[in-house]
Ligand binder design. Structure first.
Ligand SMILES: Nc1ncnc2c1ncn2[C@@H]1O[C@H](COP(=O)(O)OP(=O)(O)OP(=O)(O)O)[C@@H](O)[C@H]1O
Length: 362
């Protein structure tokens, strides 16, 4: 008889909650992170991202719930014995030590053979691209180089999971994009799970295998970036992620995959096999880049007759702000400049295939 061996996930959170007096900062979080997965956590300021990361690092204790790393309950394991390491934006490097000394620091906390330390430091320096700077003082490094040192110092201890709290936010836009690619390469090379807290959606969506959106201490949605972007599941996520338009209405008719929604400005058709029943309040969600200018005076499906309120020039595209008759504000993103004046009528339309439904408030 053979016993099936199952590999436990790198991380498993079960109903993790953290309260500060009466205030619940992290509220019943359930999350499983598979082996070597890159998970980004996003959410507005104060939603509990950092508190959650600190609980994983052992810097904060959960009020209740269970925390397993590779199948072991580590809820009571102190920070210095956790197999997690935290990297954050204020590198917290030692100015009196050089690059090599900073990287080696993590290893000096436990007894290690000198040759082993030197070998591991060299390997980490190579991994993060610091080999030529080992003798430099920290004050002689750029922001990007300092972040590499902080990363190497965390990785040299061979954690099972790396936790990153806004690690790139102190870098300029150009360097940030470069470091995003570097971080992803390092993560894949090591096959290590990364839990990455960021305010930056582009960063989260371009790097992560899955994105977690938090709101008021709870998880709103966990999904692959493409899925989260194309099919937000709650009103909060639809408003938080990307540039979505939301039209409030009620399901009026359902016929196979053809769903008619009665909205404040008129009827909208959506193609979906997954419609709630007639009468249900919903939001029709359409991304701003799925709207196109509609010719004037031509009737058509999902036509939005509006007034142009403004235009924002965004380099590669233009964002047009439209007001519908019921006051709903709409954003339309198009590459071209339209021949329409502010405060004059403008029309847009979208295909029923490019709209999705989420449940609205009852
Ligand atoms: N030690 C503490 N005592 C009391 N309240 C706290 C404490 N630590 C955090 N909080 C509160 O818990 C909530 C969540 O804070 P947290 O730092 O986790 O949010 P965040 O999502 O990381 O925010 P930001 O994006 O601004 O860093 C906030 O309202 C914060 O004020």
């Amino acid at each position: 008889m053979t016993i099936a061996s199952t590999t436990p996930p790198d991380l498993e959170l079960v109903a993790i909650t953290r309260s500060f007096n009466d205030f619940v900062a992290v509220d019943g979080i359930n999350l499983t992170v598979g082996r070597g997965e890159f998970v980004a956590i996003m959410g507005p300021s104060g939603c509990g991202k950092t508190t959650l990361l600190r609980i994983l690092a052992g810097l904060e204790t959960a009020s209740s719930g269970q925390l397993h790393i590779r199948g072991k309950d580590v809820s009571d394991v102190p920070v210095n014995l956790r197999s997690t390491r935290l990297v954050w934006q204020n590198y917290a490097l030692f100015p009196h030590l050089d690059v090599a000394g900073n990287i080696a620091f993590g290893l000096t906390l436990k007894p290690h053979d000198k040759a082993v330390v030197a070998g591991r430091v060299r390997a980490m320096a190579e991994l993060v691209g610091l080999t030529d700077l080992m003798g430099r003082k920290i004050s002689q490094l750029s922001g990007g180089q300092k972040q590499r040192v902080a990363l190497a110092r965390a990785l040299v201890t061979e954690p099972e999971i790396l936790l990153l709290d806004e690690p790139l936010s102190a870098l300029d836009a150009h360097l940030r994009i470069r470091m995003q690619g570097e971080l992803r390469r390092i993560q894949q090379q090591l096959g290590m799970a990364f839990i990455y807290v960021t305010h930056n959606q582009v960063e989260a969506f371009s790097m992560a295998d899955r994105v977690v959106v938090m709101n008021k201490g709870k998880i709103e949605q966990i999904d692959a970036p493409e899925e989260m972007y194309a099919r937000p599941k709650t009103e909060f996520v639809a408003r938080f992620v990307g540039t979505n338009n939301l039209f409030a209405g009620r399901i009026q008719e359902v016929a196979h995959d053809r769903v008619i929604v009665h909205c404040g400005h008129g009827q909208v058709e959506v193609r979906t096999h997954d419609s709630p029943p007639v009468g249900t309040p919903v939001f029709v969600v359409v991304q701003a880049d799925k709207l196109s200018p509609a010719p004037t005076g031509v009737a058509g499906e999902n036509r939005l007759d509006a007034t142009l309120r403004g235009r924002e020039y965004a380099g590669s595209h233009n964002v047009y702000l439209l007001d519908l008759v019921d006051g709903t504000e709409v954003k339309m993103t198009v590459p071209q400049v339209l021949a329409v004046e502010i405060n004059r009528p403008a029309s847009a339309w979208f295909s029923p295939e490019n709209a999705s439904l989420i449940r609205g408030a009852a």
